[in-house]
Write a protein that binds this ligand. Structure first.
Ligand code: ADP
Length: 768
């Protein structure tokens, strides 16, 4: 075994190294970071591991017999595996701290110690060796080994799983280093467990050093790149040696017999030839190796020229974005990419967020981004580290955002949004100092990281895009505003049309009112003047008097009726139409209405039939208001049907199939064989003061053919029906005074009263 002096020297060297490691962790990170704290724990516990191995080499120390050292090292191995498992979790950013795993590990360790130190009752206690130390028994050994294997295996499994999940090469590169660390630590422990003391904790020490380096260093050298370089170097060296040897052998064979041949000179000549061809040879080998590991090279100038030519004349934002991103992804062999445009939103005087950058995804292409997929919209605050770095740096990588301490202050929602994009690199686009766009790229197809050369190219292409993007953005803005103006124009023309109709209705109203009110007023004035004259000349007979007073009363009635209608309308308008609801039989309502028109029907020689009303269920409604509705409908049917025509009132129960009472409705249809209605009038006839045709062409009279009214009847009818939670509409095959297509007016009313409460004021207003 080793010489004591050498071992003491080695342990001092090992200790010094561990101290240096702890010092560098504390100096670079402090203990605030979770991973740094765990790393210090790990280094501290690795120290006795190395020292223990050195002590074993010495065949134990006076106070530490080898069996005791072996046991202590076994406990140490388990403790190290527990800490390493947690370090791995933190390193991989997997949920951070977990109390459950700590407790499991420490309990396992405690039980192992109790077993190993014979503190638990067991059937055959092991006898201590002569020097008083207990050997490790099989049970303790296996218990410890299983614990160690479980924690190290979990760390390995977790790393493998994360490596498979993560596509970003920089993250993968970092995990590759971790695999090396794990390999060294596991190998060292396995050698110890299988009884070999040869490496003496040396592999473990190297593992700890690499782990410290990996955790403390952000920009780790690229493993693939380094491997490629080493391979090229090895190939070139091998080729050089092979060529040299072949040259020497060949010259020897060919010129040996030539007098004056000097092997020294031949060697020098071959070396000269090799020196001349070395440079092109090494370049060729490097290119071949690069090609072999699929690292495409590109002609920078051609690419930039072609790109500028492609995008320079595109004004459509989407087309530009598609062109740009497809071109870059194809040429650089990138798996996916997306273009975002940035809008700086400023809303002074409002609560947060009143100043932020809105990122609107225009186009995404490549794996995981099928065409037409909606890119999620994002918002970044101007003071967020991400925005600040995008301002200062030519590009930003997701790896930096994930790991660099300066990004720790990034708002969680911004971090989540960025992580969700699943991209590797962000390249901002600036035009005249303003941030206008963002190019985002996923991993390269080769699995390589983005090298400086790639980032320079992306930066140049982003600069090339700036002007075109700014133009397209302005154009897009213009297009959007144009569309908005068109929409406004349309709305304006609709409003204008409505206003014109209202204006027409108003003039109609004045015409109708003057016409409608003047007739009864002239009648009243005529009778009153005559009455006065006759009274003065004393020529008034009782018969004439009663005839005149009857005439005056008829005029007053007519006036009252018109004024009442106007009053009703104003109530509907102001939503003050009261309903006093009760159970109502539709048949009784209609019978009452029909009775009112008996005389008119006779006079106009019209027939009125009533069908299927008796079978209708009673409904919850306002009896008087319903009468009003059907009075208007029947009156209109009489008015707009020539003499001798037919009118029918039919009922239909719509609630038979209804599952719930609130879904049950009844329908009443008032149909006539009159002049009908043009399709374009069918909706307008429900407007206030609206009457088909010129008001002056209508005759007066409530039931005369085409007798004019103030154009309020249907408005009132609709107001009442809607207030009941029902619907009313007209149907007709057209307006034709010759062929008389007739009209139908449908009234649908709910059976249950709950509908009455359901009707909202907006619906009510909309119905008018
Ligand atoms: P009015 O008081 O003038 O009758 P309404 O509001 O009741 O007003 O009707 C509006 C217009 O609808 C009427 O001027 C008429 O032209 C048309 N109209 C109503 N009912 C019928 C019908 N049954 N047949 C044809 N036209 C009708």
């Amino acid at each position: 075994m080793g010489t004591p002096n050498l071992l003491i020297g080695l342990s001092m060297l090992g200790s010094l190294l561990y101290l240096l490691l702890i010092f560098s962790v504390l100096q670079r990170r402090g203990l605030r970071e979770h991973s740094a704290g765990l790393l210090v724990d790990f280094v501290l516990c690795s120290w006795p591991w190395t020292l223990g191995h050195l002590a074993l080499w010495l065949d134990g120390l006076p106070f530490l017999p080898p069996p005791l050292i072996e046991r202590l090292l076994l406990y140490n191995a388990l403790l190290l595996s527990i800490i390493f498992f947690h370090l791995t979790r933190t390193f991989l950013r997997r949920d951070g701290y977990s109390r459950r795993w700590w407790i499991t590990g420490l309990v396992w360790l405690l039980v192992s110690i109790l077993l190993g130190e014979q503190l638990l009752p067991r059937p055959n206690p092991i006898q201590p060796e002569s020097n008083g130390a207990l050997p490790v028994d099989t049970l303790t050994f296996w218990f410890l080994t299983i614990g160690w294997a479980a924690f190290m295996g979990s760390a390995l499994w977790l790393s493998g799983q994360t490596y498979a999940q993560i596509q970003q090469p920089l993250h993968r590169n970092r995990i590759t280093y971790w695999f090396t660390v794990m390999g060294l630590i596991i190998a060292d422990a396995l050698l110890f467990l299988t009884g070999s003391t040869t490496p003496g904790g040396g592999l473990h020490l190297i593992g700890v050093m690499i782990a410290t380096y990996v955790i403390l260093t952000h920009g780790l050298p690229d493993v693939r790149h380094t491997a490629r370089r080493i391979i090229s170097y090895l190939i070139i060296t091998a080729l050089t040696v092979a060529l040299y040897t072949a040259g020497i052998l060949a010259t020897q064979y060919a010129f040996q017999s030539v007098p004056g041949y000097s092997s020294w000179l031949a060697g020098a000549a071959i070396a000269l030839v090799l020196a001349i061809i070395f440079d092109p040879l090494s370049k060729m080998v490097q290119r071949l190796v690069n090609q072999f590991i699929s690292n495409p090279t590109y002609d920078l100038r051609r690419l930039v020229q072609q790109y500028s030519a492609n995008i320079s004349n595109v004004l459509d934002l989407e087309q530009l974005a598609t062109m740009a991103i497809t071109f870059i992804c194809n040429e650089l062999q990138i798996r996916r990419g997306a273009v975002y445009v940035i809008h700086h939103v400023r809303r002074p005087g409002q609560d947060w967020p009143n100043d932020y950058f809105k990122l609107r995804g225009i186009v995404g292409t490549g794996e995981g981004l099928p065409p037409g997929i909606e890119l999620p919209e994002g918002a970044l605050q101007p003071q967020s580290p991400v925005v600040e770095n995008l301002r200062d740096l030519p590009s930003l990588s997701q790896y930096d955002i994930d790991l660099l301490p300066k990004f720790q202050g990034t708002p969680p929602e911004e971090k989540a949004w960025l992580a969700n994009l699943n991209m590797d690199i962000y390249v901002p686009i600036y035009a005249s100092g303003e941030w206008i766009g963002l190019l985002t790229f996923g991993p390269k197809r080769s699995g390589d990281r983005y090298f400086d050369q790639d980032l320079d190219l992306l930066r140049t292409l982003a600069d090339q895009t700036a002007v075109a993007l700014e133009n397209a953005r302005l154009f897009d803005d213009l297009k959007y505003r144009n569309e908005k103006i068109e929409q406004l124009n349309y709305e304006l023309s609709v409003a204008n049309e409505k206003l014109a109709r209202l204006d027409q209705a108003k003039s109609d109203f004045i015409g109708v009112a003057s016409h409608e009110l003047r007739t009864p007023m002239t009648q009243i004035r005529g009778y009153s003047d005559m009455l006065l004259d006759m009274l003065e000349s004393d020529s008034l007979s009782p018969e004439t008097e009663s005839m005149m007073i009857r005439g005056m009363s008829k005029g007053v009635n007519r006036l009252e009726e018109i004024v009442n209608k106007m009053f009703e309308i104003s109530k509907i308008d102001t939503e003050t139409l009261d309903l006093s609801v009760e159970a109502v039989s539709i048949k009784e309502v209609i019978d009452d209405v029909v009775q009112e028109f008996d005389a008119a029907l006779q006079e106009r020689r019209q027939t009125l039939s009533v069908d299927n009303l008796a079978t209708l269920p009673t409904i919850i409604a306002d009896d008087d208001r319903l009468k009003q509705v059907f009075m208007h409908l029947v009156q209109n049917a009489i008015k707009y049907t020539p003499d001798g025509g037919r009118i029918s009132i039919t009922g239909r129960d719509l609630g038979e199939a209804a599952q719930r009472p609130e879904d049950a409705f009844v329908e009443i249809v008032v149909a006539d064989t009159g002049i009908g209605l043009a399709p374009e009038e069918l909706e307008h006839i429900f407007d206030k003061f609206y009457r088909v045709g010129d008001a002056r062409h209508h005759s007066t009279g409530q039931t005369k053919f085409k007798g004019a009214g103030p154009g309020l009847g249907l408005t009132i009818a609709r107001g009442i029906v809607t207030a009941h939670g029902g619907r009313i509409w007209g149907e007709s095959r057209g307006y034709d005074e010759m062929n008389l297509p007739g009209s139908e007016f449908h009234v649908v009313l709910p059976v249950a009263s709950s509908q009455l409460e359901l009707i909202s004021s907006e619906e009510f207003e909309a119905s008018l």
